[in-house]
Ligand binder design. Sequence first.
Ligand SMILES: [Fe+2]
Length: 281
Amino acid sequence: MTATTATFPAEAIAAFSAAYPDRHQRLTHRLTGHPLLTREAIAALAERHPQERMEFNLGTLPLGIRPEDTPANGLSVAETIRTIDDNKSWIVIKNVERDPAYAALLDELLGELEPIVKGRTGPMEHREAFIFFTSPGSVTPFHMDPEHNILMQIEGEKIMTVFPAADAALVPPEQSEAFHAGAHRNLQWEEDFLAKGDAVHLTPGDAILVPVKAPHFVQNGDAVSISLSITWRSERSVAEGELHSFNRLLRARGLPLVSIGAKPEAQKIARIGYRVMRKLS
Ligand SMILES: [Fe+2]
């Protein structure tokens, strides 16, 4: 691929390289106007996509919400997309890479970053893409995700406020351990957390690199917003999850916990310990 057809310009690749995998970073991209990312194309995708791979609900939510309190909007996904200007909703179409056209797009985008990623955190594994389609003014509550993620803004604007990963004051270790055991991604919000956040304003052509488990919340602007999220896992992200799961088992038995360092993939003895204990438990 030549530099003129690349989606991430050279300065975005340089910024990504300086930040990956530990820091969040604003990037730019050339994906705006892509035919797979128009409102019509996404509505058509939603009609053929497996229902269980889509989530949608009312977008006017407080920053902290218990998952069981998340209200439904009473419409189908297709109807929700058609009336998105007025229905104050939040839609995510998960695993769009199950569709061949979107799979090719994801491969193309991740291919531009792969040489840098491979050298730092090993091969890109478990590659997934998500499309977020949101009404004006909607909010995605405070939460964290288990993947390396780049959110690419396609239409409309949003402010993503990103917080440092591995800050026990924001996410207590017990909550991190429960997350890897299947707890919901939404986190408890306290107003005084705000001082630790970086509010990044994203308009079409902007993107943001979000590190693994860096908590964040998202506020949409005055127009319908379309974003594409491209994600991958790494040996580092998998090892970090294993060590938190190990600590959950140790904590339950009153045993001393493992200290999780900056390179959990190198904590080989603890990882073996986890596998052994998981088999025994
Ligand atoms: Fe997220």
